[in-house]
Design a binder for this molecule. Structure first.
Ligand SMILES: Cc1cc2nc3c(=O)[nH]c(=O)nc-3n(C[C@H](O)[C@H](O)[C@H](O)COP(=O)(O)OP(=O)(O)OC[C@H]3O[C@@H](n4cnc5c(N)ncnc54)[C@H](O)[C@@H]3O)c2cc1C
Length: 289
């Protein structure tokens, strides 16, 4: 399948990319191309112009900013998976990246592209919610920061404005004593997209859960937090009974999707099971097991 004809631009700066976006109605940003190009080949997307941001050097790199780590929008899944600083300071992201697609997808696909595309079965959104990440974006009107909680709004929908570019993502360091993370996923056997996936971040103080965030992807039209599970765990010891009781609430209020891969009820069941698995893994890591 061939895409419909389009103009092609390769700007060298964010400013140039933004001005090309504002001058070309119906233009699309091209990052790794692993979500956009398949859609174009199927003619489900027919942008008049592609603005390839691959030559914008400012959009690459993973930087230690003190309490946080900043990842350029063009950081590939491979680079996230193998980053030394992330493995040490924010291990949830390398763990999640290692679950994405296959080696080819991880070599080309980018963090910014995945978040902007907001595929309901993508892995990173669950991690962004669990980490309380901030998405740094730039438009012709200037820069702003979007909390991950406010980014995903619906099926392939985000709160990005038209002609806004994701420039980087800021995540907290989670390596301090008492903090633990984990990701549990039920992958589609061919594409590896999440039929359901659950990422957790837990903070323990005096052996009790002082804070927790649970991000769920794959199950509904967009990634969401399992707030009933979070509320059920706060103030409790992170033990098997507390995990079992809280995990049963994970799919409560979630409008789970049914399709040829899994019914809505089965997805709800998966969400509860994966939540228990992720929390148990975080518990084991917190206790050095
Ligand atoms: C076979 C296969 C298997 C896959 N399996 C998985 C999986 O298991 N888990 C998973 O999470 N994903 C999976 N993916 C998707 C993959 O991770 C994509 O790479 C990713 O979703 C999109 O990133 P990209 O850089 O390729 O974006 P592109 O395809 O280039 O762009 C995607 C969309 O985002 C926009 N965009 C891109 N960058 C920016 C930016 N910086 N600012 C604003 N808008 C931007 C584009 O305009 C476009 O609309 C799979 C893909 C394939 C082809």
């Amino acid at each position: 399948m061939y895409p419909a004809p389009f103009e092609y631009y390769a700007p060298k700066s964010v400013g140039e990319a933004l001005s090309l976006l504002s001058q070309n109605a119906d233009a699309k940003i091209l990052a790794g191309g692993h979500s956009l190009l398949p859609l174009m080949k199927l003619r489900l997307a027919q942008p008049a112009a592609l603005i390839d941001i691959g030559k914008i050097t400012d959009l690459y790199g993973i930087s230690d900013m003190g309490n946080t780590i900043s990842l350029g929008a063009l950081t590939t899944h491979h680079d996230v998976e193998h980053s030394g600083v992330l493995r040490r300071e924010c291990p949830l992201l390398p763990e999640v990246a290692s679950h994405i697609g296959d080696r080819q997808v991880r070599n080309r696909g980018t963090l910014g592209g995945s978040l902007a595309h907001a595929d309901p079965a993508a892995d990173y959104p669950a991690a962004m919610l669990a980490l309380g990440a901030h998405i740094e974006v730039q438009g012709t009107g200037g820069k702003r920061s979007i909390s991950a909680d406010d980014l995903f709004t619906g099926l392939l929908q985000t709160s990005l404005n038209v002609n806004e570019l994701i420039v980087s993502v800021r995540v907290p360091k989670t390596n301090a004593k008492g903090q633990s993370v984990a990701y549990a996923k039920f992958p589609h056997p061919a594409s590896r997209y999440a039929i359901a996936g659950v990422a957790v971040w837990v903070k323990l103080e005096n052996d009790q859960v002082s804070d927790v965030r649970v991000g769920v992807t794959g199950a509904a039209d967009h990634a969401q937090r399992a707030k009933k599970t979070e509320d059920a765990l706060k103030g409790k010891a992170l033990n098997n009974d507390a995990i079992a009781a809280a995990a049963k609430l994970a799919a409560d209020g979630l409008k789970t999707l049914g399709d040829v891969y899994a019914s809505a009820d089965y997805r709800a069941h998966l969400v509860n099971t994966l939540t228990a698995q992720a929390l148990s893994a975080a518990q084991a890591r917190a206790h050095g097991m």
